[in-house]
Design a protein around this ligand. Structure first.
Ligand code: G4P
Length: 529
């Protein structure tokens, strides 16, 4: 098979959702469909106390959550599917955001009884702002849910995106009859624990289907659909691929109901791996030479080996185990001998990989987040991954001052891995670490103790609003605890404002100082257009 065909076969995506919306259940059903697991409950067994092998770290076991993002791949309907798992905890971290740089689309799962929940708005918005195609699955239709039209309105309003319902629920909760599949012109009947049945819409008037088609709930749904056809947006694959319209599917991951039709449609419509921008040009996946970038580094996945694994997304050409590649940042040649692919329950050695695939490579400490690896005559570097400005900050120090050396080493490595962000007080030089979620601190504390044998003290300085500013505008005299001046790892200055009020007060008082919000700036860095 040629390179182009291999690329077209691949669908690389992440499932994003608020905790408890049903991401694990959905992932499990997809793995079942891909014949990757034989029985449900293998991915995560909260009740049985069994934990998935993707829960690498101790802390994950203790809390029964998935902290690190894992990758699963399987064949489905002729496609090669790569699912990147993102932490489902509400204290998601930068890993979650960075994972989004390695996917071509996302599946957004929303709990129909709750709608979009506050903590996940930012995650969804990051996808929208980065122009990633979003496919929506509205879950738990077997329960009394919010009105479908309300849910659509909410998605449109919060994400500023058009919605196109691919199917429409007929009733909900106890009155749930099934879904009208607009895209395939069929009715899919919900049969409780039994398998769903498919009926052509043209055949709904036949005597054997009268029980459904005469049902007032079914009739009401037909009327609703007519309204939708007249007033709603038209389906446009171009707009979907541009991240401007989201196809919406209703169903129940648990039943499972509507999952198969959702996934069949998804694999057909979701984009294959696309081009990526480097500092000078755009590299297409069918560019013949191998290239890829590292979006995640995970230390000590196997406590016995204390190894580090770098996750690389293949962007062009063909990867082959044992090949020599160049680390673009340093020009160093590296042989990629130890490479792994991640399947739900095991790590397998990977012999070859194509654009869209994610491989794990053994990291002797040479890699950084965002590094480009390539093979070929031409050298280039993919655009830097956006670093997401943290919102939570803590002062950190070693409990035992005699451990200063290990303390610095631990922090340095964890920062390099992207587990936390480090800032230095100015001019005090104190250590301040930043995170996007509280959980990152727990992981940090745990790893400093277990991997570097240092107990750390954390002193919260609370939620802060970070704004960067230009060196020449820095006058240390005007800053204090409420608007704390610090430096980031690139020696750029920023101010950590205690709250909105402090920020506005500062802007009023120092209108000559330009403040930069990196969250807004970073979203556009990687687009290829
Ligand atoms: P998450 O990964 O997004 O956190 O969600 P997860 O799949 O763990 O699902 C959260 C809860 O919602 C689970 O129940 C799960 O069984 C339930 N759930 C998922 N999909 C559906 C659905 O379509 N309908 C209904 N009614 N429930 C659904 P739990 O009791 O909290 O967990 P468990 O003890 O069963 O694992």
């Amino acid at each position: 098979m040629g390179l182009q065909e291999e690329v077209q076969k691949r669908k690389t995506f992440a499932i994003i959702s608020h905790p408890d919306a049903g991401k694990t259940t959905m992932t499990e059903k997809l793995l079942l469909q891909g014949n990757l697991i034989r029985s449900a409950g293998t991915v995560k067994g909260k009740k049985s106390g069994k934990f998935a092998t993707s829960d690498w770290m101790e802390i994950e076991k203790q809390r029964g959550i998935s902290v690190t993002s894992s990758v699963m791949n399987f064949e489905y309907e002729g496609f090669k599917v790569n699912i990147l798992d993102t932490p489902g905890h509400e204290d998601f971290s930068e890993d979650t955001y960075r994972t989004l740089t390695a996917v071509d689309s996302v599946v957004m799962i929303i709990d129909a009884t709750k709608g979009i929940e506050a903590q996940t708005i930012k995650l969804f918005k990051v996808c929208k702002m980065r122009g990633i195609p979003i496919f929506t699955f509205i879950n738990k239709l077997d329960r009394e849910s919010r009105e479908p039209l309300d849910l659509m309105d909410q998605i449109e309003e919060v994400l500023n995106i058009e919605t196109y319902p691919m199917n429409w629920p007929v009733g909900m909760g106890k009155r749930f009859l099934g879904i009208l599949d607009r895209y395939h012109n069929q009715f899919i009947q919900f049969n409780g624990n039994e398998e769903e049945t498919y009926i052509d819409l043209e055949k709904m008037d036949l005597p054997e289907n009268k029980a459904i088609s005469d049902n007032p709930t079914y009739q009401e749904t037909l009327e609703e659909l007519e309204l939708l056809n007249e007033a709603g947006d038209q389906f446009s694959l171009d707009r979907v691929l541009a991240g401007e319209q989201t196809p919406v599917f209703f169903g129940s991951a648990l039943a499972p109901f509507g999952v198969e039709v959702f996934f069949d449609t998804f694999v057909k419509l979701a984009p294959a791996p696309g081009p990526r921008r480097t500092k000078e040009e755009v590299i297409h996946p069918d560019y013949p030479d191998f290239s890829g970038f590292i979006f995640k580094i995970q230390a000590n996945m196997n406590p016995q080996h204390r190894d580090r694994i770098a996750f690389l997304r293949v962007c062009s050409g063909r990867f082959e185990r044992g090949m020599n590649v160049q680390l673009a940042r340093t020009g160093k040649t590296i042989r990629l001998g130890q490479t792994q692919q991640f399947v739900a329950s095991s790590r397998d050695t990977v012999e070859e990989a194509y654009p869209g695939d994610i491989i794990g490579i053994y990291d002797p400490g040479s890699y950084r987040i965002g590094d480009t690896l390539l093979d070929g005559k031409k050298s280039f570097e993919y655009n830097e991954l956006p670093s997401f400005p943290p919102e939570l900050f803590q002062r950190v120090s070693a409990k035992n001052v005699m451990k200063a050396k290990q303390f610095r080493k631990g922090i340095e490595q964890l920062v390099q891995e992207g587990a936390i962000q480090l800032f230095r007080g100015y001019p005090t030089d104190s250590y301040i670490i930043g995170a996007v979620g509280q959980l990152q601190y727990e992981v940090f504390q745990h790893r400093m103790k277990n991997e570097y044998n240092v107990e750390v003290m954390l002193e919260s300085i609370g939620d802060r609003i970070p704004r960067w500013l230009k060196k020449e505008q820095v006058n240390p005299g005007i800053f204090d605890e409420r608007n704390l001046l610090v430096k980031d790892r690139d020696d750029e200055f920023l101010v950590l404002f205690k709250n909105d009020f402090a920020l506005r007060w500062f802007i009023d008082k120092h209108s000559d100082i330009e403040l930069i919000d990196l969250f807004e700036v970073n979203q556009y860095d990687q687009s290829t257009e």
